[in-house]
Design a protein around this ligand. Structure first.
Ligand SMILES: Cc1ncc(COP(=O)(O)O)c(C=O)c1O
Length: 407
């Protein structure tokens, strides 16, 4: 038997983060950085400055970039733990798991809230937000998710923001999976707080999240924080006092992020990265359609970050088995998260190119063919033993679809 040796390269991650990173980003972590040392703290200052530039804003125009240890959820929760006054009330626009997570954060913090929920394939409209804000003057803040990674739906944050502003509300956007992969005009969208993390479209490794916010709005939150470690204003004060994180910094993750920022610039900035992701996404959806696998969302609301695909019409399709077989070929897919349909997801952010999208679809084709062949063998065995199987019809449907269009 051939011994199972370690592979020469990592599997490609078709996931919304952690995602596939460049070799140089990984190599940047092969150093020890002292959290008190001027060299590391200068790098933290450079990273904060670069995040402002990525957002198209500056300190001079009244913005701040604050890094927060932990995954993206910690950054989002830091905003809600810190920026809502005791008598505040948040209107949450939710069409997926991350909108629902904001709701959970508010429940945990005992912050008053209301929810404008739409179906998972349906973005909220500015008209519905306008009506909600007109009907409930107690609302002080509006929270939206840009790319709702649950499905990949892109919510219209640029048209919702001006409605929130017209009503005098603070506007908070979770742009976890989209910041750096879509150009966002923070001023025009009326955004006060926007959150993302290191391991998404900047293409670095996990370890911290970051918040871009209007300085004046953050300074006004003095005394409101409900958490010690997730206190956003205190985190800013810490950076301003001595350039340091208040508590142990994610040193290696910062080293990697600095390299990832250089590579983002090298690629041509957010516009160029968005163009690559768009090309990846178009190649993926076209190839999947070619083998009869449909994306869940209508094209008009599909982001170029991640796509949900409906399970093949094969009653014998088992996601975990399919996942394992595709993973053995070197491609890691992502499970579905939609409550109303059986789906799996394929992300196309990270260091991936159109050829990688075609390669993962080829691996899917091979896997489904193998599945169909096993089905045929199974049917033959049953026939030989004089049995009938209801499964057979479905196996041959999958086989017909995959072989016919690619054979
Ligand atoms: C839109 C959105 N918000 C929040 C999160 C939570 O981030 P994390 O899993 O890093 O805590 C994610 C994760 O993918 C996300 O896509």
């Amino acid at each position: 038997m051939t011994p199972k040796l370690p592979t020469s390269q990592d599997a490609l991650l078709f996931t919304p983060g952690p995602l596939t990173t460049s070799l140089a980003v990984k190599q940047a972590m092969l150093h020890d950085a002292g959290s008190w040392h001027w060299e590391f703290n200068n790098l933290v200052a450079e990273v904060r400055q670069a995040i402002l530039a990525l957002g198209g804003v500056s300190r001079e125009s009244g913005w701040e970039a604050i890094l927060m240890q932990g995954s993206g959820t910690f950054g989002v929760e830091a905003v809600f733990q810190s920026a809502i006054p005791p008598e505040g009330k948040v209107a949450v626009l939710s069409n997926g798991a991350y909108g629902e997570r904001i709701l959970l954060m508010l429940q945990h913090a005992r912050i008053a809230h209301t929810i404008l929920r739409t179906a998972e394939d349906t973005p909220p409209t500015p008209e519905a937000l306008d009506a909600l804000l007109a009907s409930d003057p107690a609302i002080t803040h509006v929270a939206a998710v840009h790319c709702e990674t649950t499905t990949g739906v892109l919510n219209p944050i640029e048209t919702l923001g001006p409605v929130a502003k017209r009503h005098g509300k603070v506007y908070i956007v979770d742009a976890m999976s989209s910041f750096g992969g879509y150009p966002i005009d923070l001023e025009a969208a009326g955004i006060d707080f926007i959150i993302s993390s290191a391991n998404k479209c900047v293409e670095s490794v996990p370890g911290f999240s970051f918040v871009l916010c209007r300085r004046a709005v953050l300074l006004a939150t003095e005394g409101w924080a409900r958490s010690l470690s997730l206190n956003l204003l205190d985190q800013l004060k810490g950076f301003e006092k001595n350039g340091q994180f208040r508590y142990t910094p994610p040193t290696h993750s910062i080293l990697a992020f600095a390299q990832a920022l250089k590579e983002l610039e090298q690629e041509g900035g957010i516009a160029a990265r968005a163009a690559r992701y768009q090309a990846n996404n178009a190649a993926l959806i076209a190839a999947m359609q070619g083998i009869g696998l449909k994306s869940y969302l209508p094209p008009a609301v599909q982001s170029h970050i991640i796509t949900s695909f409906v399970y093949p019409k094969d009653s014998a399709f088992v996601w975990t088995e399919f996942y394992r077989l595709v993973a053995e070929k070197g491609f890691l897919l992502y499970p579905g998260k939609i409550s109303q349909a059986d789906t799996f997801r394929i992300g196309n952010i990270g260091r991936l190119f159109e050829k990688d999208m075609r390669a993962v679809v080829n691996a899917i084709v091979e896997t489904l063919r193998g599945h169909a062949r096993r089905g045929q063998r199974h049917r033959r065995d049953l026939a030989r033993n004089g049995c009938e199987s209801g499964l057979g019809r479905h196996h041959s449907m999958a086989a017909g679809r995959t072989t016919q269009r690619n054979g």
